[in-house]
Each structure stands twice: as structure tokens, then as C-alpha cells.
Write a protein that binds this ligand. Structure first.
Ligand SMILES: CC(C)(COP(=O)(O)OP(=O)(O)OC[C@H]1O[C@@H](n2cnc3c(N)ncnc32)[C@H](O)[C@@H]1OP(=O)(O)O)[C@@H](O)C(=O)NCCC(=O)NCCS
Length: 175
């Protein structure tokens, strides 16, 4: 799938969107490291995710490099839910509408086509993340509701709460 985001400066070449494969693990780790705001987990974790959950992860390539990604999975007890664990873009590609385009392309992946709910946790100080998911809900014409999930006392170290955002229900009836 090749998509061009709504870039005000139309000088960017297209992005190529695809699901992830095992060999993307290292690139996902580098992307999260370069994002500056996402919590960096071990390289092993990204390798494992790309290997076992690659079908529910989206990679955005630009010039042959991984420039953005949505790392997600289906919670085992909620097969109609697609959870966004991390979404990020290299800094030079932000502010051009690509973040929402990434989420739409991720929802369109074959593995996600039956999902009627999108969930994610968003720390209260991450304004960009909150705005991104609220915009997704707006564009899909569905509600975006917040409920408690991970509270500070559940973490082994000082950490803000991570409430759950629930977006939906989506109408996934085939045309
Ligand atoms: C979050 C991210 C993917 C958004 O992608 P993007 O292409 O830059 O987003 P857009 O420019 O299309 O903006 C989408 C919405 O977010 C808002 N937004 C973007 N960056 C913002 C910021 N730093 N602070 C507040 N709002 C911001 C925009 O105003 C827009 O909201 P609107 O439609 O109500 O005007 C990108 O900023 C990013 O990679 N950030 C670092 C990683 C991160 O924090 N990920 C989210 C946590 S999982």
C-alpha cells in the first residue's frame, strides 16, 4: 500500500505502509529510540513483537528506512479490540498528518479488519498522543472514552497513571 499523507509541503516522496516482519525488530527499536518521547524497551522485546505480532503492527517506510510505526496487538480475551502499544514517527515527518494516516492504515491491515474497538493507554502529560487518538475518533465518527487502567501504585517505580482510551464501536461491515 502506498499512501501520501496530507502534507502541506508536498516535497515528500510517498510512504510505503506494510505489516511488520521479524527482521523489523531492530528498526522498531531504533525508531522508538529516535522518537525522543516513547518509552524505549529492550531490543529483544521489539524482536519478539515483530515476530509474534507482526500482522498487527504497521511499518511506514520512507526512502527504504523505517520512518514510522504502529506497534499493536489484539488482547487475547478481546478479539474485536486492536490495542496500540506504541505509535511514533521520526521527528522530521511529524506535523503533516502522517500520524492519523498511520493509524488508518494500521486499522486497514488484514489482521485488524474485523476490529470494532481501538484501545491505547495515554499518560496525561502526552498531549500529542491524546490529540492523535481524539482525532482518530473524530475522523471515524465514534466516541473516545477514558477509563482507569494502570494507576501509579501498580508501577515498580514512580510513573504517571496510564488510563485506557477506548475508541469505537467501529462499523466494519464489508461494503
Ligand atoms: C504522536 C505522533 C505520532 C503524531 O503524529 P503527527 O503526524 O505529528 O500528528 P499530526 O500533525 O497529524 O497531528 C495530529 C493531532 O495531534 C496534535 N499534535 C501533534 N503534535 C502535538 C504536540 N506535540 N502537542 C500537542 N498536540 C500535538 C495535532 O494538533 C493534531 O490534533 P488536531 O487534529 O486536534 O489539530 C507524533 O507526534 C510522534 O511520533 N510523537 C512521538 C511519539 C509519541 O509521543 N507517540 C504517542 C505515544 S504512544
Amino acid at each position: 500500500m502506498i499512501l501520501t499523507p496530507n502534507a502541506p509541503a508536498a516535497t515528500h516522496s510517498p510512504f510505503h505502509f506494510r505489516s511488520a516482519r521479524a527482521h523489523d525488530g531492530a528498526a522498531l527499536w531504533r525508531l522508538v529510540q529516535a522518537s525522543g518521547t516513547l518509552e524505549l524497551n529492550s531490543a529483544y522485546f521489539y524482536l519478539l513483537f515483530a515476530t509474534d505480532f507482526g500482522q498487527t503492527c504497521l511499518v511506514a517506510e520512507h526512502g527504504g528506512q523505517v520512518a514510522g510505526a504502529v506497534i499493536g496487538y489484539h488482547p487475547p480475551q478481546q478479539p474485536e479490540t486492536a490495542f496500540v502499544w506504541q505509535v511514533g514517527l521520526l521527528p522530521e515527518h511529524r506535523g503533516q498528518g502522517l500520524g492519523p494516516a498511520l493509524l488508518h492504515a494500521w486499522l486497514a491491515l488484514p489482521a485488524n479488519q474485523r476490529c470494532r474497538w481501538v484501545t491505547a493507554t495515554v499518560a496525561p502529560d502526552n498531549a500529542a498522543s491524546l490529540a492523535l487518538f481524539q482525532r482518530l475518533a473524530r475522523e471515524l465518527g465514534v466516541a473516545c472514552q477514558s477509563e482507569p487502567l494502570f494507576t501509579p501504585d501498580m508501577f515498580p517505580h514512580p510513573h504517571p497513571a496510564e488510563p485506557l482510551l477506548r475508541i469505537g464501536p467501529l462499523d466494519r461491515t464489508p461494503p
